[in-house]
Design a protein around this ligand. Structure first.
Ligand code: SAM
Ligand code: DTB
Ligand code: SF4
Length: 324
C-alpha cells in the first residue's frame, strides 16, 4: 500500500480507540505471537562528527561535554556482541559518528573486518555508518550486514531546519544504494524536533514510497542533549506517539516498528500502549549510543508483566540459556 498524505491523515485522525483497535487487529494478523524483537546498540566510534544534526550529542559543532572515542577494534566489539547475544538480543547494531564511509579508507576496512566476525555469532547484524554508495553497500552486504540503519528523521521540508551539512536527498541516495545491494533498510525518524504532526505523516509517506518497503522503522522520541540546538525541546505527547505507531502499523504491516530512543522517558503504561498499538521491537541494554535506555532487568520485568516474549531471528539459532 502506498498511501498519500491525505489517506495518512484520514487514518491518523480517526478516534483514538478506533485507530488502535484497528492497528491491533492488523498487528495480530501479521505478528500473532506477542513477541518483541530485542536489539542491542553499540557506539563503535563516538563523537567528533563533522555533521550539524541539531539533535545529536555527537556533532563536533556543539559543546555537549561528550567524551570522544576512536573506532573500536574488533577485539573490543566482539565481547560486547557476545554479551548482547547472551542477554537475548537477536540483532546487534553498531553505530558510528561519521558523515559516511568510502571504499578504500582504513576505517571502512576495519569495520568490514569487525562485521565479518560479529556476523558469525548468528545475530542479525545492523550498522549505521552514515552516507555510502553502491560499492560500500555491496561490501557491507558481503561482510554479513543484514540491515542498514539510515533514518530520514523527519519530513523533507523540516529536514533542512535540523541539518545543514547534508540534505534529505543525500539520505535517500544512501537508502537506494542499500536497497540495490540487497540489504534490508532500517529507516525511521525522531519525534519532538519542533515538527508538526503533518510533518510526521509526510515522513511516513516517504517511508511508504520505498521499494522494497523498510524492514524496520525506528521511531525515536528526541532525547534532548545539553549543548545542542534542541536541548530545550518539549517532550512528545504520548498519544501523538501512539497515533503515529498505530498509523505506521496500518500502512507498513510487515515492518518491525521499533520503539527506540526516549523509552526511558516513558512510563511502563505508556510503553504498553505503544506495544498494543503496533510496536514490536526495542533497543535493549542500558545504553543507546550515548544516551540512557531502560535497564535490562527493568525491561525483562516489563515484558514479563505484559506477557510479551523475545522474538527469535532465525529458527536455527539456539536461544541463549537465560531465555530457554
Ligand atoms: N552518523 C550516522 C547517521 O547519522 O546516520 C549514524 C548514527 S546517528 C546517531 C543515528 C540516528 O540516531 C539518527 O539518525 C537519529 O535518528 C538518532 N538520534 C541521534 N540522536 C538522537 C537523540 N538525541 N534523540 C533521539 N534520536 C537520536
Ligand atoms: C535509531 O533510529 N535510533 C538509534 C539507532 N537508530 C542507531 C540511535 C538512538 C540514539 C539516541 C541518542 C544517543 O544515544 O546519543
Ligand atoms: Fe553525525 Fe549521525 Fe550525529 Fe548527524 S546524527 S551528527 S551524522 S553522528
Amino acid at each position: 500500500m502506498r498511501p498519500n498524505l491525505e489517506k495518512l491523515e484520514q487514518i491518523y485522525r480517526r478516534p483514538l480507540f478506533d485507530l488502535i483497535g484497528e492497528s491491533r487487529r492488523v498487528h495480530l494478523e501479521f505478528w500473532p505471537k506477542n513477541e518483541v524483537q530485542l536489539c542491542t546498540l553499540l557506539s563503535v566510534k563516538t563523537g567528533g562528527c563533522s555533521e550539524d544534526c541539531g539533535y545529536c550529542s555527537q556533532s563536533a559543532r556543539y559543546n555537549t561535554g561528550l567524551e570522544r572515542q576512536p573506532l573500536m577494534t574488533k577485539d573490543e566489539v566482539l565481547p560486547v556482541a557476545q554479551r548482547a547475544r547472551e542477554n537475548g538480543s537477536t540483532r546487534f547494531c553498531m553505530g558510528a559518528a561519521w558523515k559516511g564511509v568510502r571504499d578504500g579508507e582504513q576505517k571502512f576496512d576495519q569495520m568490514l573486518d569487525t562485521i565479518r566476525s560479529v556476523s558469525e555469532l548468528g545475530m542479525e547484524v545492523c550498522v549505521t555508518l552514515g552516507q555510502l554508495g553502491d560499492t560500500e553497500a555491496q561490501k557491507l552486504k558481503e561482510a554479513g550486514v543484514t540491515a542498514y540503519n539510515h533514518n530520514i528523521d523527519t519530513s523533507p521540508e523540516h529536514y533542512a531546519k535540523i541539518v545543514s551539512t547534508h540534505t534529505f536527498q543525500d539520505r535517500l541516495n544512501t537508502i537506494s544504494s542499500v536497497q540495490r545491494a540487497g540489504m534490508s533498510v532500517c529507516c525511521g525518524g525522531i519525534l519532538g524536533m519542533g515538527e508538526t504532526e503533518v510533518d510526521r505523516l509526510k515522513m511516513l509517506e516517504v517511508l511508504c514510497s520505498f521499494d522494497p518497503a523498510p524492514e524496520s522503522v525506528p521511531i525515536n522520541c528526541l532525547m534532548p542533549m545539553p549543548g545542542t540546538p534542541l536541548e530545550d525541546a518539549p517532550p512528545v505527547d504520548i498519544f501523538e506517539l501512539v497515533r503515529l505507531i498505530a498509523t505506521t502499523r496500518l500502512v507498513l504491516p510487515k515492518a518491525k516498528i521499533r520503539l527506540s530512543a526516549g523509552r526511558s522517558l516513558l512510563s511502563r503504561e505508556a510503553q504498553a500502549l505503544c506495544f498494543f498499538a503496533g510496536a514490536n521491537s526495542v533497543f535493549y541494554g542500558d545504553k543507546l549510543l550515548t544516551a540512557e535506555n531502560p535497564g535490562v532487568d527493568e525491561d525483562r520485568d516489563l515484558l514479563e508483566t505484559l506477557n510479551l516474549s523475545a522474538q527469535s531471528p532465525y529458527s536455527d539459532v539456539p536461544k541463549p540459556a537465560c531465555l530457554s
